[in-house]
Design a protein around this ligand. Structure first.
Ligand SMILES: NCC(=O)N[C@@H](Cc1c[nH]cn1)C(=O)O
Ligand code: ZN
Ligand code: ZN
Length: 501
């Protein structure tokens, strides 16, 4: 039923020259390939800017990258470019005057007879350092000719996809082809730090800048595996917490004070270990009670997905998966919550042996949330749990648990016009029907777009499941960069031609 619909819809004509859609794809795809050096160079320049949103000292670099992108948009003919300021970053933050990076709004086309697609992307990146184990400088784009891939922080998350949209516009311009839709960009610089400030901006601009938006397309995720393209209709949310334990007035010599003083790090380790066990079971009372039960119908969906334990192991570079069968792996990645402990600020973490008692340590952990968890209730349960676990230690130190940022989970109907157009585009470029998947990661703003703009969001990934986003040696295969751009281009045309939104 779905397939028949796909085929019938492609036989229409569009554009100034009344060229059939399929006839346009050939020169478009050829042009995208021809512009390879330019498209790689555009991405290389972006990767060189260390736009790490979580590092306060790198905030000028995040802002610099925003201006680099805005300049590119201008050169490509985007109009009404606005750098929306979001004010100062709310606590917890070291510098109370730290300005949030701007959100880049711009338009390409304002034709009232065309549909309007809002494309969202983020130009900030996760932290990265050579010492973490990277083979090359993370802020230098390196091409591995043998493996036919590009390496660098942000290539797949999310600078590659963001540049992909700009490149698609450029390919149309070079050919003198009209874009079949109007585009509105919303490119932010705080996604990796919880999209702070963006909710308010979207609400404010819903009836202004975003007034005519028909749908939202987000390319900020990945295929599940390495071979089969996917379209994504669900994300987990993310509530990120910190727990700070402090006592001594300064870091102390463990030979002089050890044994006679209550150590913050010892307390923190115990509080953190009370959150989750080694099998991934969340130990905070009441959390699992909020999770929607698994239905029989839902179980069938996981069975149909193209994925295996081997692919999971290849992507993690290990055999440490907690589950052996496909459905269990997918359910634990997509539809059950997880609690991850990320790190400890203030603790000794360098090489060698330093005999210090840290005076103040902050443990960082997050919970990936799923239907039907209530975010406020979760915060209450987590904070009460930490306080209770700390009180049970009878320590004279002080403990404070708090939320750093949160973003909701999202789940959508994958059979609207936008998903259908993306499925057609995928089939045209890759020759296969995409799998429809959920993802365990989070894009906090997805639900906000749907609520505030009263429209649908569709997630169209560019990279693969083994790209190493957030990890060392992040990569994007050249075939995914170019295949991804062709899919984006074809998507714009199929969506323009589709009935409905
Ligand atoms: N590509 C999406 C992504 O990486 N999202 C981040 C969002 C986030 C949430 N809290 C901090 N960052 C993710 O970790 O899923
Ligand atoms: Zn991302
Ligand atoms: Zn990310």
């Amino acid at each position: 039923m779905f397939l028949r619909f796909v085929i019938r819809k492609t036989a229409i004509t569009i554009g100034k020259r009344n060229m059939s859609m399929e006839a346009k794809f050939e020169p478009l795809f050829k042009k995208i390939d021809e512009l390879k050096p330019r498209f790689i160079d555009r991405l290389a320049k972006a990767i060189e800017i260390p736009a790490v949103s979580s590092d306060e000292s790198l905030r000028p670099a995040v802002v610099k990258k925003a201006h680099y992108i805005a300049d590119e948009l201008k050169k490509l003919g985007f109009t009404d470019i606005q750098m929306k300021e979001l004010g100062t970053q709310p606590p917890p933050v070291n510098d109370p005057n730290l300005q949030l990076p701007p959100v880049i709004l711009s338009r390409y086309g304002t034709d009232a007879n065309k549909k309007t697609i809002l494309i969202y992307g983020h130009y900030d990146v996760q932290p990265a350092a050579l010492e973490d184990g990277w083979d090359t400088d993370p802020f230098k784009l390196v091409i591995d000719e043998q493996k036919q891939l590009m390496r660098g922080r942000g290539v797949t998350d999310d600078s590659g996809p963001l540049k992909g949209w700009l490149n698609v516009v450029e390919a149309h311009r070079e050919l003198g082809f009209d874009l079949p839709v109007n585009l509105v960009t919303c490119f932010e610089g705080m996604e990796e730090s919880g999209s702070v400030g963006l909710d308010t901006l979207i609400a404010e601009e819903a009836d202004k800048y975003f007034k005519d938006v028909d749908t939202v397309c987000i390319s900020d995720n990945y295929w599940l595996g390495t071979k089969k393209p996917v379209l994504t209709y669900g994300l987990r949310g993310c509530n990120y917490y910190q727990v700070t334990i402090e006592g001594p007035g300064a870091d102390l010599h463990s030979g002089i004070f050890g044994g006679a003083i209550a150590e913050p790090m010892v307390d923190l380790v115990q509080v953190l270990s009370s959150l989750v066990d080694s099998k991934g079971k969340i130990l905070i009372d009441g959390v699992m009670d909020m999770v929607a039960p698994v239905t029989e119908k839902e179980k069938e969906l996981y069975e149909k997905i193209d994925f295996s334990l081997d692919e999971m192991n290849a992507a993690s570079g290990s055999e440490t998966c907690l589950y052996k069968n496909k459905s269990d792996i997918l359910m634990h990645r997509w539809r059950f919550p997880s609690l991850s402990i990320h790190g400890v600020e203030g603790a000794f973490s360098a090489q060698g042996a330093k005999t210090v008692i840290p005076a103040k340590v902050t443990g960082k952990f997050s919970i990936r949330t799923v239907p039907d968890m209530n975010s406020d209730k979760l915060d209450k349960l987590v904070i009460e749990h930490c306080q209770k676990a700390f009180s049970a230690l009878g320590s004279p130190n002080k403990c404070k648990a708090e939320l750093i940022h949160n973003g909701d989970y999202w789940i959508s109907d994958p059979f609207n016009a936008s998903f259908t157009a993306a499925a057609q585009a995928t089939k045209t470029v890759y020759g296969v029907e995409p799998d429809f998947t959920r993802e365990g990661g989070s894009i906090p703003i997805t639900l906000t777009f749907e609520k505030e703009l009263k429209t649908n969001c569709m997630l169209l990934p560019m990279g693969r499941g083994d790209d190493g986003a957030h990890s060392i040696n992040e990569k994007l295969d050249l075939s995914n960069y170019f295949g991804g751009m062709k899919t984006m281009a074809a998507y714009l045309h199929y969506y323009a031609a589709a009935e409905g939104k």
